[in-house]
Design a protein around this ligand. Structure first.
Ligand SMILES: Cc1cc2nc3c(=O)[nH]c(=O)nc-3n(C[C@H](O)[C@H](O)[C@H](O)COP(=O)(O)OP(=O)(O)OC[C@H]3O[C@@H](n4cnc5c(N)ncnc54)[C@H](O)[C@@H]3O)c2cc1C
Length: 346
């Protein structure tokens, strides 16, 4: 791959989950320009990928907010600071580039030179566990979806859902209301999900509102590589059944992988990065960690904890990048939202 020209910035944020997004705002308030990289093709981390349509109740000042709406608000809050997003690419390398700066390189060849790095990588880069179905990649994003971003896209579709965990049960209960037909496939008659929801699925199956296909497992897809016609399932004895389908939603869980971050020489503790609680600085000067990936004694893995950590790391970075500037702390109510130039401040 030909090397791409290097972007120059103050801060690279690795991870566009809720905490990474708020870090853009906190850095922006201190006039630090940010580039943000995420493996997923969308911002929002776990909120977008895992539970966009679930309500969150412990975000300060929002008695209840849908996870997807929280991400929209955070994006809007970060917007005045013109963050540059590099999505669908994983940060693979972080190397010192002299004068305390870093060169960050992604899986697609993007290179960013930054004065500091904030790792807001959650549980690591995550991707779906794929069921072992030949040719499934051909249908991904067209007829096979590992995450539901927009429930309405399944209206009047024949939807097959697998397997037996909370996501499969929750989406079965949600989609049967709008889909032409929902079929839930699991290789055991028992489900590993909230008992009241499992009971509701059984009730709906008994009253003919959806189909339960157990004990069967997915073995093959039939279609034209664009759109599905049927999902073929089989018992352990090899008895096959064809389920007419437009869409397959395989919920086999997520593979969480710290990935390349584990190779950057940081002080780790069970796949988390140890930080100084007062600044969120890691063991490598210039690299900070916030949100789910950061750990210290009595750490609470909550979005609101990550928000505070974002503020702490931004202040520490400002001091690191501009040690000679006298800093006068101002509330946002006093200073408003400053503008950040396209250029790095360093
Ligand atoms: C079902 C569910 C319900 C929850 N409910 C609540 C709740 O009610 N309240 C609450 O406070 N919390 C809740 N949480 C937890 C909350 O979602 C997490 O604490 C929060 O998402 C952490 O945010 P983050 O930004 O640190 O990481 P994440 O949201 O995990 O985002 C990290 C991002 O980093 C990216 N990434 C990782 N490594 C790389 C790399 N090398 N290169 C590029 N990108 C990378 C990932 O792709 C991901 O998008 C819930 C979690 C789940 C699963």
């Amino acid at each position: 791959m030909a090397k791409q020209p290097t972007h120059i910035t103050d801060v690279v944020i690795i991870g566009a989950g809720p905490v990474g997004l708020f870090a853009i705002f906190e850095c922006g308030m201190l006039r630090l320009k940010c580039h943000v990289v995420d493996t997923l093709d969308m911002i929002g981390g776990q909120c977008t990928a895992l539970y966009p349509e679930k309500p969150i109740y412990d975000i300060p000042a929002y008695p209840k907010i849908m996870a997807a709406d929280l991400i929209k608000q955070l994006e809007e809050q970060a917007e005045p600071f013109n963050p540059t997003y590099h999505l669908n690419q994983q940060v693979e390398k972080v190397t010192p580039s002299g004068h305390g700066r870093f060169e960050v390189e992604t899986s697609t060849g993007t290179r960013i030179n930054a004065g500091a790095i904030i790792i807001a990588a959650g549980v690591g880069a995550f991707g779906p566990n794929r069921p072992p179905l030949p040719g499934i990649e051909d249908y991904e994003g067209k007829s096979v979806f590992y995450f539901v971003k927009n429930r309405a896209q399944f209206k009047d579709k024949r939807v097959v859902i697998a397997v037996g965990g909370d996501s499969a049960i929750d989406w079965t209960l949600s989609l049967y209301e709008i889909a032409e037909r929902v079929t839930l496939v699991h290789r055991r008659p028992k489900f590993r999900a909230a008992p009241e929801n499992v009971a509701r699925v059984h009730e709906l199956a008994e009253s003919g509102h959806l189909d339960l296909v157990t004990p069967y497992q997915l073995i093959r897809l039939e279609g034209n590589k664009e759109s599905l016609d049927a999902v073929i399932v089989s018992t352990l004895d090899g008895e096959e059944k064809s389920i007419p389908a437009d869409v397959l939603l395989p919920f086999y869980g997520l593979a969480m992988n710290l990935g390349p971050i584990a190779q950057w020489g940081l002080n780790l503790d069970h796949n988390h990065i140890k930080v100084d609680q007062t600044t969120c600085a890691t063991s490598t000067p210039g690299i900070y960690a916030v949100g789910d990936i950061a750990t210290y004694p009595s750490k609470l893995k909550l979005i609101l904890t990550g928000f505070a950590e974002s503020a702490q790391s931004a202040h520490a970075i400002r001091e690191q990048l501009h040690p000679d500037e006298v800093f006068h702390f101002e509330y946002s109510t006093t200073q408003g939202v400053p503008t950040v130039s396209e250029e790095s401040s360093a």
